[in-house]
Write a protein that binds this ligand. Structure first.
Ligand SMILES: [Zn+2]
Length: 310
């Protein structure tokens, strides 16, 4: 594997052969109370998360992409401590979740100043900790894309123009995936710098839905792996196989989007942070995927997408 440098919360790191990624995870979350008061979503327990991340490491995991955005109380300090104590490399993002949480966030903020902050977090790092952000996050709602979500799109694209980093999206339950792709590419974001996420957050996902997005040259993320309520891994692995057969093997990322207490093995839940390096890779293997393709899907593709551009 040719050397690829990434910007982790603890500084630059050169990816090593065997560093397995979970390309979408949460180590710390706190929604706005008007968005949700479900205690399951208030993931604020460093010791528990640390122990859970040790399981990821023990299963062969090396790098995680932490997706908690600014309006969900991203916690760079906690990420740095957890990374230092576990030895797992953590990539942080900057940007926002969908409405209504993002609307609350901007009630008392100037969008121009925040746009500057997004770009500065990529170039110089978070103003408190110096931890650099490795990507921008943009999310859209299930029904219409809200006015605030369009504003965030403009902010993220402007920040991208100032400081290049991939733009990773959240499309609620897979809705608006192709529209997100078009809105970003029309604004001259390079397709290779785009990751459309959560397409697999829907039961009954079809190959056509995925192909419509991939035909735009972007990357997609299967990031609900190990969660039966969003479809079983077996079906998704079959879709991944068909996409690879059509030549899209360089554009697929894999993640678990774990951000609830009840998804941690430490609390007796499933699938746990260990899912991607552990069970999911075993499932790929059992489904007949060649070792080199498994490496591509779980090591090389995320390293290429989230590589440092600075
Ligand atoms: Zn997430």
């Amino acid at each position: 594997m040719e050397p690829i440098r990434i910007e982790t919360v603890l500084g630059p790191y050169e990816c090593q052969d065997g560093d397995v990624w979970d390309a979408h995870i949460h180590l710390w979350c706190r929604p706005h109370p008007d968005v949700s008061t479900d205690p399951d979503l208030y993931l604020q327990n460093e010791f528990l998360v640390e122990a859970e991340l040790q399981r990821f490491k023990a299963a062969g995991g090396g790098i995680v992409v932490e997706f908690t955005p600014l309006d969900y109380h991203r916690n760079a300090e906690a990420m740095m401590r957890i990374s230092a104590s576990t030895g797992v490399h953590v990539l942080m993002g900057t940007g926002f979740y969908r409405s209504p949480g993002v609307d609350y966030y901007f009630r008392d903020k100037d969008t121009r100043a925040v746009t500057r902050r997004l770009a500065e977090e990529v170039t110089y790092g978070d103003d408190k900790t110096g931890a650099r952000a490795s990507f921008y996050k943009w999310a859209t709602s299930l029904d219409d894309i809200t006015e605030m979500e369009y504003k965030v799109l403009d902010m993220v694209v402007e920040a991208y123009g100032r400081a290049k980093a991939p733009i990773s999206t959240h499309c609620q339950r897979g809705r608006h995936a192709a529209k997100q792709m078009r809105l970003l590419t029309q604004r001259e974001v390079a397709p290779g710098d785009i990751v459309i996420g959560h397409l697999d957050m829907i039961q009954g996902l079809t190959l056509d839905t995925l192909l419509e997005v991939l035909e735009g040259g972007v990357n997609i993320s299967f990031d609900q792996l190990g969660k039966p309520k969003y479809g079983d891994d077996k079906t998704k692995i079959e879709l991944i196989r068909q996409l690879c057969e059509r030549g899209y093997q360089d554009h697929i990322l894999c993640g678990s989007d774990i951000g609830r207490f009840t998804c941690l093995q430490e609390t007796g839940g499933t699938p746990g942070y260990a899912h991607i390096p552990g069970k999911f890779r075993q499932e790929l293997n059992a489904a007949g995927f060649e070792p080199d393709l498994i490496k591509k899907l779980t090591e090389r593709n995320p390293a290429h997408v989230y590589r440092s551009r600075i």
